[in-house]
Design a protein around this ligand. Sequence first.
Ligand code: PGA
Length: 250
Amino acid sequence: MRKNIVAGNWKMNCDLPTSQKLIWELKKALKPDYNCELMIAPSFPCIYPAFNSTLDTPIEVVAQNCSEQEKGAFTGEVSIDMLQSVGVKTVIIGHSERRDIYKEDDALLAAKTVAAINKGMRVIFCCGEHLEIRKAGDHFSTVGNQIEKALFNLTPAQMEQVVIAYEPVWAIGTGETASPAQAQEMHAHIRTMLKDHFGDMTAHHTSILYGGSVKPANAAELFANPDVDGGLVGGASLDAQSFLAIADAF
Ligand code: PGA
């Protein structure tokens, strides 16, 4: 079901004391109500403590990545079962840092997505174009391809477990944000693709988040767009006040 979501992607920034301190600060500043779901994505070693520390809050602890493999000789990987055993119900898949730095390709991301969905997980599937692609005017087809290759083998019922995060790579960690019009235009394009392939219901039910230098100063104008259902927030999520100010922008 389509929901407003503000998710903090902590990336590889918080060790255990830092992670627990940030959670403590979030809990101290939390208001009784937000017009969105709140998620945080700590690194793997911090997930279980984070899960325990947020049990009495509306904050969901999600994972930044998972293996496509079920179990076995995959040194350094973390399986979906393992994540579920520490309380994780949602996983981010296909972040541009996974695509670019760790060379995760469309086939691998499709395999991760279906594996997570088959285990009952919710997936935040990331897509987005590089600057040169946007300059060449190929951003719609590039993002369209990423979605088609990873998601179009799913059924409409499986798509109910998918949230899409559009993150233009040129806006991630750069301080440069897509304008509200650029975000809306791409989100509307994605929703039309979902409608054409899966039907009205899926298009209507899928939350589409924007990511890329979301901060308190720009969140409200981004979230005001009809097809922007929230944000995947990196840098600004490492500060409790700014993360909650973004959540408050709904
Ligand atoms: P940023 O990161 O908010 O620091 O740009 C967003 C992301 O990578 O998810």
